[in-house]
Design a protein around this ligand. Structure first.
Ligand code: ACO
Ligand SMILES: O=CC(=O)O
Ligand code: MG
Length: 515
């Protein structure tokens, strides 16, 4: 406990979490087992496909709920962690929505978990302020603030500081439950509602679990059915084959789908990491949004959403503007403009930015396409035809395997883990935004290249454990500070990037190293 934690961890809120845990944790664990069984089938040679047992849902006519207040016009969404400064900056940024992140951009350090909830509640009450160590004062604007959409942790993460019947609770249910308990009524009183982004789901059965949690939680707190709204990130390879089914499960609570590109790439590598050349990705920077398998995924997402009356929200271009380096700034703005233009022209209803200086560009691009309309749900994209083979066409990705790519993956992975272990879940590295999803790509690419005996195009060297170790030492030598400063991050990187047993998520072993 720290000052003010008792305002969040009240006896009633904890009792609510305990009820959620007892009612839903066994199903959460079963679904995680199911993920593992499915992954083993893929390793044995199976392929992903649209499910025969849910064909009727895909072919039937149905629509999701009408958009909720504050979620009608989502042309610009800013994302970021929930510390006080970022909360104020994001809410003031001019974006329509703020994704308040307890997930990819956050280290689930206990202090971040609880203080994030305090900041959210204070912000909704209009009384959040902050003074930086340099004395700069931050307060919320008087005018329009972004709509808050909270992203809880994924189903795979536990919360070790809250035990029920001696068991760790689910990070998802803790983040969801505390926010709903404290802020649902406050949000309704302001004319908005309790809104969520749901990450890293792998099947419609996991969406059904969320829906059942919503139904029970609404009943328990006396909230009408459909009060909660959820936008699901389609960011795992299996989920791309179940977009309709995920929307259907959540239909009375649905607020659409988002194309979470970085975790999607990670999942593609992870699910087929032992399957050789057909699923071997080149250097990360060669895997753009226009390579065939990525294009198929976003096209199918827009078509699926609009057919069901659901918003389709674009993803994160990782280029970060700089207020110090005009060249870096110009490049970032141009790259982000291209990315948002493609999304707006493809039919997305809005998209993500990682930084307040990118809000105007995203807004300008979507304004040009949407005009006065709040969205473009009427663009049904009947022209789109995406077959399973298109989603699976990873082999058609052009690009090489280079030492520069390997070095970049190792350096980014170590630098990111070093920040994560110190409690910061999103950082700028080499002018790109890095978070848990992008770091997963770095470490799983190293694993995939190593375990598939890749020979580097430029040097002719085979990727071996020894090569990765040597590169890690050389890259750490180029970083500020002493090599010893990176010892814990290096050890963790090696555990998740080269060990024969592939960790499902790097955040799982990383969390065990946290207090
Ligand atoms: C794969 C995915 O899931 S993507 C979504 C998850 N990832 C994220 O949300 C990343 C969000 N972005 C960030 O965390 C940050 O932009 C970073 C870490 C990448 C870069 O941050 P910084 O190095 O602080 O950038 P910079 O120094 O240019 O920031 C300038 C100002 O903008 C603020 N700022 C930057 N990004 C954000 C943001 N996302 N939300 C609110 N404020 C922000 C900074 O706090 C700073 O404010 P100040 O001038 O009052 O001190
Ligand atoms: O959460 C978003 C992603 O790209 O991953
Ligand atoms: Mg993600």
């Amino acid at each position: 406990m720290h000052p003010r934690y008792d305002e969040i961890l009240t006896p009633d809120a904890l009792a609510f979490l305990a009820e959620l845990h007892r009612a839903f944790d066994p199903r959460r664990r079963e679904l995680l087992d199911r993920r593992r069984r499915r992954e083993a089938e893929l390793a044995d040679g199976a392929l992903l496909d649209f499910l025969p047992e849910t064909r009727a849902i895909r072919e039937a006519d149905w629509r999701v709920a009408e958009p909720a207040p504050g979620l009608v016009d989502r042309r610009v969404e800013i994302t970021g962690p929930t510390d006080a400064k970022m909360t104020i900056n994001a809410l003031n940024s001019g974006a329509k929505v703020w994704l308040a992140d307890h997930e990819d951009a956050n280290t689930p350090l206990w202090e971040n978990v609880v203080s994030g909830q305090l900041n959210l509640r204070d912000a909704i009450d209009g009384k959040l302020d902050h003074t930086s160590p340099e004395g700069k004062r931050y307060t919320l604007n008087e005018g329009e603030l972004a709509t808050i959409v909270v992203r809880p942790r994924g189903w795979h993460l536990t919360e070790k500081h809250l035990l029920v019947d001696g068991e760790r609770t689910s990070g998802s249910l803790v983040d969801f439950g505390l926010y709903l308990f404290h802020c649902a009524r406050r949000q309704l009183d302001r004319g908005a509602g309790p809104y969520f982004y749901l990450p890293k789901m792998e099947s419609h059965l996991e969406a059904r679990l969320w829906n059942d949690v919503f139904l029970a939680a609404q009943d328990r707190l006396g909230l009408p059915r459909g009060t909660i709204r959820a936008t699901v990130l389609i960011e795992t390879f299996p989920a791309a084959f179940e977009m309709d089914e995920i929307l259907y499960e959540l239909r009375e609570h649905s607020a659409g789908l988002n194309a979470g590109r970085w975790d999607y790439m990670f999942s593609v590598i992870k699910k087929f990491r032992t399957r050789g050349a057909d699923f071997l990705l080149p250097d990360r920077n060669a895997v753009t949004m226009t390579v065939p398998f990525m294009r198929a995924y976003t096209e199918l997402l827009v078509r699926t959403c609009h057919r069901r009356g659901a918003h389709a929200i674009g993803g994160m271009a990782a280029f970060i503007p700089s207020r110090r380096d005009p060249q870096v700034n110009e490049t970032a703005l141009a790259k982000v403009r291209d990315d948002k233009t493609r999304e707006a022209n493809d039919g997305f209803d809005g998209s993500w930015v990682a930084h307040p200086d990118l809000v105007p560009i995203c807004r300008e691009v979507f304004d040009a396409v949407l005009g006065d309309r709040p969205h473009q749900l009427d663009r049904t994209r009947d022209d789109v035809r995406v077959a399973a083979a298109d989603l699976l066409s990873v082999h058609a990705t052009p690009g090489g395997h280079t030492e520069a790519g390997l070095r970049n993956a190792v350096s980014v992975g170590v630098q990111y883990l070093s920040a994560w272990l110190r409690g910061t879940g999103a950082v700028a590295i080499f002018n790109l935004m890095e978070d848990a999803a992008t770091a997963e790509i770095s470490r799983s690419q190293v694993w995939q290249w190593l375990h598939n005996d890749v020979t580097l195009d430029d040097t002719g060297a085979r990727v071996t454990r020894e090569l990765v170790e040597r590169i890690a030492d050389e890259e750490i030598g180029r970083l500020p500070g002493e090599p010893g400063d990176y010892a814990a991050a290096r050890a963790l990187f090696m555990e998740v990037a080269v060990a024969d047993d592939f960790a499902d998520f790097l955040t799982v072993p990383a969390y065990e190293r946290m207090p």
